[in-house]
Design a protein around this ligand. Sequence first.
Ligand SMILES: O=C(O)[C@H](O)[C@@H](O)[C@H](O)[C@H](O)COP(=O)(O)O
Length: 259
Amino acid sequence: MTAAPQLVVHRDKELMAQAAAARLITKIVDAQAARGFASVVLTGGRNGNGLLAALSSSAAKDAIDWSRLDLWWGDERFLPDGDPERNYTQAKEALLDSVPLNPARVHPMPASDGAYEVDAAAEMYAAELTAAAGPEDHGRVPTFDVLMLGVGPDTHVASLFPELPAVRESERTVVGVHGAPKPPPVRITLTLPAIRSAREVWLLAAGEDKASAAAIALSGAGEVQAPAAGAYGRARTLWLLDAAAASQLPRDLYPPASP
Ligand SMILES: O=C(O)[C@H](O)[C@@H](O)[C@H](O)[C@H](O)COP(=O)(O)O
């Protein structure tokens, strides 16, 4: 049984991005102090990229030893390398190109102009995750310190869309997605078992268009109908919202908003 999700509600999406970035910096610095490195899974979309942009403009980012940070992705749009719509491209523009990462520790998901079609590319990424897992990890993926997920208006997370096969996957850690309702239709995604291996899962939801999704996912919906409801961490599940996205939450779930 997992602990109940924690909710933090910020005044607006700009403050949510800034506060989430500060929270991530602290989490990375603490992990590096405790274990010598940190492992983070990034998400695409406006909220995910907004957090990266906020982190990029934070003076505190220099507290991170970027050479000892492992970066993975929760999903990727299966497009050619360098395509502006790829989550990796957008993350590079928002932050990655401006910090001294160790390229060997940055793990983008395969692009469509590589050697593999999408299902084989997913298998390659699964193998990369397994190769990075150590004896102290839980099985076939590294123990991610933080795995971030933007929440879609239909409650999708990563590229796990309601009722599609990928959200039902219970064995594989990475799968190809065909016919995604959010373009592009072909994607690669971590599955719920892989997501649940993270110590902490942070769900990012800002904007009026996320209010219904947040309320559905936090009110007991099933994970096949509402994939965000199935995204939880081993130690912590944290929803980071703005007031607009929290506006339809049941009152007993709605914590006091930050100032
Ligand atoms: O490839 C993607 O599009 C993302 O990984 C996707 O899961 C995103 O995080 C959500 O759709 C929320 O996106 P917004 O924050 O833009 O609403």
